[in-house]
Every structure is written in C-alpha cells, then in structure tokens.
Design a protein around this ligand. Structure first.
Ligand SMILES: [Zn+2]
Length: 721
C-alpha cells in the first residue's frame, strides 16, 4: 500500500508526465506466466530484485495485474458486510497492492537511475493509469465510510500507538483528498484538480517557451571582456546549438546567466542579462504567466476552503511539522532580520570595491561580479588542491564508520547480489549483534541513462506486518567516473552530498515499524530532510576528517589551513543567499495565505511583500512569481519555507551532540535512533523531535552555522518552536 499513502513527490512527477502521454502499444500480457519475473517468487539472496531477468516488456503486464489485484482487494474491504475493524479495514489495506509495490519499486528506480526510450514510453502510458487507480481508492465512498467509523472509535478501540497513528493518517489522507465531501463536492474537487493540472502544466510550458525566447548574442572580443575560458566555451556551444556558429550566446538558464554576471566586466551587458533573467514569464507576451497565477491561486483557495481551511497555505501546512502558516512565517522572519543585516554588510564591502571602478550606485547586476572579486582575494580556494584528500572510497568508509559509532551498524560488501549496471555496488548491513538489517546499494557515477542530482530510494521498504521484511535501499549520485586504475576523487560539496544521501539511506535502513505505509522516509515534507541534513555534520568534524580525509598518493592528512579555507569559503555570501531565498519564500506565503478567491494582482503582491520586509533592491528574488515553478508547477506551494525549516532542525539537532561533549555520544545517538531514524511516520514529527532533543528546536545554531548574528525580537524567540 506504500504507493498510495507515501511519497507525494512521485505523485507530482506522475502528474507532469501524464499530460505528455502518447500511448504506446500495450505489451502482450499473455504467455508471461512462467517468464515474467514479477509473477514468481524471487530466489536471490534476501529476495533482492533479479535485475538480469527483468526486461522492459515485463513492467506493463505486472503493473496491470498489480492494479487489478489491488482493485479486487479494495473492493473486498469496501463491500464487506462485517462491521469495520482495524484488521478488516486498515490492516487489510496495508496488505493490499503487494505486486504493485514490488514492480513499482523496481520500475521507478530504473526510470530515474538507468532509463531508456523504452522505459520512458512505458512511463508515459503508465502515469495516467496509476493516477486514476489512486483516485479510485481515495474517492471510494464505502471505503471512506469504514475509515471514518474507525477514526471516530479510535479512542475506545484497543490499539497500539502505531495503529492509532495509522488510523489517523488514513483519515487525514482521505479527508485531504476530498473523500468527506458530498457527491457534488467530490465532482467539483475532481474538476478543480483537472483544471489545476492543466494550468500548472501551462505555467511550466510558458516558462520554458519564454526562457527560450530570450538570448543575448555576443559578437566580438569586446563583448566577452572578463569571461574565463570555460564560460566562453559554454557560450560558444550555446551559439552552435542555436545555429549561430562563431558567435557566443548567453541563454536564459541559471548557469549561463550566473556565470556571465560573475565574470563579465561589461556592466551594460550585465544589466541586460539580469533583466532578461528576472522577466521570465513577465513580458506581457503570449507566454506571460501573471493571469495563470491568478487562476491557479483562485482554484487552490477554493479547494482549500471546500475542505474547511481558511487559505491554501493553511490547508497545505496543516499536515506538516510547522502546522500553521503563522509558525512558518515566524521562522522566516527570524532568519530574515539577521540575513538582511549580513547582506547590508556584504553590500558595503562590494560597494567599496565598485567605487574604485567609478560605480557609485551598486545594482543587482553588479552584485555577483564584485562578490567574485572579494571571494578571489579573501578565500582563494583551488578545487584541484582539495580533491586529492577526498577519495570516494575513503568517504564511504567514513560514512560507514559514523553509522557504526552512532548506531552499531557494520557493512560488508557483497558481490553475489544482482545489480542493474556494473558500476553499482551492494553492501549487507548488520546490527550490533551481527543480525541482518538490509541491503545498501550504491550507484555513484554519472552516466547518460541517469537523471541529474543525487537521491535515495528503496526497492523494498521495511515492515513487520507480512513477516520480517528487511529494506533494500539505494543511493544514486552523479560523481565523475575516474579513468581506469585511478581513484574517484570528490570535492568537499560532493562528499557532503554523499553523507546527505546516506542519512536518507539510514532513515530507510533503520526503519523499525510494523506497517509499510509508516516506514522510513514516508514523513512530512518539512521533516524528511532532517535525518539527511544532520548526517552532513559528521563529515565536517575533526574526528572524521583526520581519519578519512587523506591524500590519495601520500596518505597525508588534510592540512588544517586548507580545511579552514574550505569552511570560510562556504560561509562567504550567506547574507545574499538567504535574502534572495527568503524573498521568494515570503512571496510564496503571501500568495497562498490570501483568503479571497478572485482578484490576485501578482505584480502588486510581489511589490508589497518586498516593501514590507525591507526591500534591498540589489538582491532580486531567487524566483520571481512568474517563473517560480517550485510553487506554481512543482510540489512546493506554500512549502518553499521547508528548506529553512529543515535547516533549523539539523543545526539544532547536531547541537545535542556538541552539548554532550561527544559527537558520538551513545545516549544522544540512542534517542536519535529511537525517535527519528527508526520511527518512520509512527509519531507526529514535532513530538518525535522533542523526544529526541528534550525540547523544541531553536534557531540560533542555524544562524551560527551560517555565520550570522541573531537579532533579538519577540518573533526570533518563538520561531522554530
Ligand atoms: Zn535530501
């Protein structure tokens, strides 16, 4: 059942894919009884997926049968004559959809880590089918009546804490999907959902088209002034792609724009580039997104109010750790004040440099250029000097060592587990007593068949309902593959990514719950990054670096001055980074806390928001509304704050170890294990955090980590609590 209750992110990805959807001829299901590996038990060690036997043609028949099986299981539950009980309804739903989970676990991992045109075609055909399958469950009125009855009796039934939590989660999820509405309401809700799917797609397609429509062609050496070789060759490649061989083209992508703004000494051209980037989706042409934003906001407000909430933000945040938009806003405000102060200090520094060039009015298009000058002078850091100290192999040892010191885990590489690509490695994970915990797959190197970025996922989630099911967890990264015989070397940021994803992996591996839909990472959006982000902190400690950061040729430990340089360079420019981020987060919150359905003037709202919080015109919003796809076509509507929220948790959480005077303190580690890494979604996240930390999270450690000084206000004292 994990497909239904968990992972809103994959649901969002499915929604986007469903609009592309040209159908592919269905693969013949007949005659696969004996040959389709999804239809027979797996005899591999730990029943790991037998990748060599799984062919693309096996997926669709397995999905079709999986949906049919679950449909029958759900009908049996919903139509039962017997009065609803925890066992015949909730537990029965948890047991449903086993085949779907099995095939989905493999399929979605393959489409992200090792895809092909064949798999992509299946993906497009599958997305609308899976969406409709989900609707058929969440909008089934008989099923809803049983869940509601159980929810109302939950106080008088004899349930474990986890069972009670599960009843509450089912109830919440069904209510939020609209199950409690009358028929007219459900019909309207479906219509709104359909309308929103269209509008949000239109939003992202407009943004794409408007982004493509803009370019700046550089004709001569004079236009290239200041640009280093790697920027020039990227711009030359852009020109080639656009049929302008021999010239250079700045395109409207973040990489292209930011590298130009960082290095170009041509102030007039910097202004043009900054302006083009800021105006994406806001050019009053056929791709303009302002009217679409107003329609999206109106429909979201209507849906939220149908479900009994004041605004869309109230609806959206109700089911997170923050709980209310007011608390999320308090946090943003508490970080905003010191961030603004820091940004003003940075501005003074940059303005002084700019004045030497005769610039007396520092503008947005000057910021990155002068920030780069400061960075070069004060924090000169050569990646080539750092990388030899961060060997992938040693960093793997480091992350395993940390898990051993904290949680007693040991890791043994196994060569007998099937893998889907020769680069993939597998480790068996064991607990203190040598008992099997699960398998950890590592797929570290970039290749064409892999999506960009880094992530954790599972082939199988932990559960104890249908027997002792151990997890199969994978980390996927995109590090550069070394030449044969050479060690893989990482930058400090990449080593941190490795630790981050391994934190997610431990959340899956250490999961110890009974019910599959509460397992591991199936927690709320503003809590799920906590176990990953807190794990990053161990990498930066002397205990880990002195043991594992050593030169691959000489074996020499990372020199302290070099480490200090790495850390100082990372903290430079925090004011700028936070201000551009927080401006967007405030706009997100202001759009989605509106209670009026009609009449959103997005340009006016953006101006009002920025004026209210304190302007700082030299730092534009990281995402202006007309191209803010996180909130108008992605999964972060009324949720852009979550990034900061999670950062409060990880900074404050790691402080618990510092306070104990030992970064591996067994007592603190035991609480972290019990209430966070092993607990999945079996508890409310705010309560889980308090049990781990002994109190609510405080914001000061975050400010300290970012090198900011807290500004004392009433809001700052309460925020993050
Ligand atoms: Zn993460």
């Amino acid at each position: 059942m994990r497909a239904f209750l968990a992972a809103s992110a994959s649901a969002i990805a499915m929604l986007t894919a469903s609009v592309i959807a040209p159908a592919m001829a269905a693969s013949p299901a007949a005659g696969q009884e004996a040959t389709n590996p999804f239809f027979v038990p797996w005899t591999t060690p730990f029943k790991a997926p037998p990748f060599a036997q799984i062919k693309p043609a096996h997926f669709m028949p397995a999905f079709e049968r999986g949906m049919a099986e679950q449909k029958a299981e759900i009908a049996k539950i919903a139509d039962a004559k017997a009065a609803p009980t925890f066992a015949n309804t909730i537990e029965a739903m948890e047991r449903s959809g086993a085949l779907l989970d099995r095939v989905g676990g493999v399929f979605y991992n393959m489409t992200s880590a090792n895809t092909s045109p064949e798999l992509q075609a299946i993906q497009r055909e599958l997305a609308p089918k899976m969406a409709a399958h989900g609707d058929s469950i969440s909008l089934n009125p008989k099923l809803w009546a049983r869940i509601k009855a159980l929810y109302e009796q939950r106080g008088s039934m004899r349930l474990t804490a986890e069972q009670r939590r599960l009843v509450e989660r089912y109830h919440t999820q069904f209510v939020r999907a609209g199950a409690a509405l009358d028929e007219a309401g459900r019909t309207r809700l479906s219509a709104i959902n359909g309308e929103l799917a269209k509008l949000t797609t239109q939003f992202s397609q407009n943004m794409l088209a408007d982004t493509r429509a803009w370019e700046l062609v550089l004709e001569s050496e004079a236009d290239l002034a200041g640009l280093p070789g790697f920027v020039r060759s990227a711009l030359a490649q852009n020109a080639k792609d656009r049929g302008k061989d021999g010239k250079w083209v700045v395109i409207n992508s973040r990489t292209s724009v930011e590298s130009f703004l960082t290095f170009s000494t041509r102030r007039d051209l910097r202004e043009k580039v900054q302006d083009g980037f800021n105006k994406r989706g806001d050019n009053n042409n056929q791709y303009d997104n302002k009217a679409i934003i107003a329609q999206i906001a109106a429909l979201r407000t209507e849906r939220a109010q149908m479900l009994g909430y004041k605004s869309f933000a109230h609806f959206q945040i109700d089911d997170t750790m923050a709980k209310t938009p007011e608390r999320a806003t308090e946090l943003l405000t508490a970080v905003w004040r010191p961030a603004l102060e820091a940004a003003k200090r940075e501005r003074t520094q940059l303005a002084a440099l700019a004045a030497k060039d005769g610039i007396t009015d520092l503008q947005a298009w000057d910021w990155r250029f002068y920030a780069e000058q400061v960075r070069k002078t004060n924090f000169a850091l050569d990646e080539e000097q750092v990388k030899p100290y961060f060997q992938l192999e040693k960093m793997l040892e480091a992350q395993f060592y940390t898990a051993n010191r904290l949680f007693g885990l040991t890791f043994k590489e196994r060569k007998d587990i099937p893998v889907y690509h020769p680069d993939v490695r597998v480790w068996e994970v064991m607990d203190r007593t040598g008992k099997h915990v699960g398998l950890f797959y590592g797929d570290f190197f970039a290749r064409a068949s892999k999506q960009s970025g880094a992530w954790m996922s599972s082939y199988r989630s932990q559960e104890n309902l249908t027997g002792k099911v151990t997890p199969l967890v994978v980390n996927v990264c995109n590090f550069s593959k070394p030449a044969a015989g050479q060690p893989a070397l990482l930058s400090y940021d990449e080593a941190e990514t490795l630790f981050h994803e391994f934190g997610h992996a431990l959340h899956g591996l250490l999961s110890n719950v009974r019910y599959p839909s509460l397992a591991g990472t199936s927690v709320s959006r503003d809590f799920v990054e906590f176990p990953a982000q807190i794990y990053e902190h161990w990498l930066g400690t002397p205990e880990i670096l002195s043991k594992f950061a050593m030169h691959y040729r000489t074996g020499e430990a990372l020199p302290k001055p070099l480490l200090d340089k790495i850390m100082a360079a990372r903290n430079f420019g925090e004011g700028f980074k936070l201000v551009e981020f927080l401006k967007s987060a405030f706009v997100d919150m202001d759009v989605h806390t509106r209670t009026e359905r009609a009449g959103l003037d997005i340009a006016g709202l953006e101006r009002a928001t920025v004026q209210r919080i304190g302007e700082m015109k030299e730092i534009p919003l990281r995402h202006r509304p007309t191209h803010f796809s996180h909130i108008f076509s992605g999964g972060y509507a009324a949720g852009y704050y979550s990034y900061t929220w999670s950062e409060v948790l990880d900074a404050d959480g790691f402080e618990a170890f510092r306070e104990a005077g030992n970064i591996f303190d067994p007592k603190v580690a035991q609480r972290l294990y019990r209430y966070v890494y092993s607990a999945g979604n079996s508890r409310d996240p705010a309560e889980a955090y308090r049990l781990f930390r002994g109190g609510d999270p405080k914001i000061e450690p975050l400010l300290k980590n970012r090198g900011l000084t807290p500004v004392r206000t009433a809001a700052a004292d309460r925020a993050g609590s």
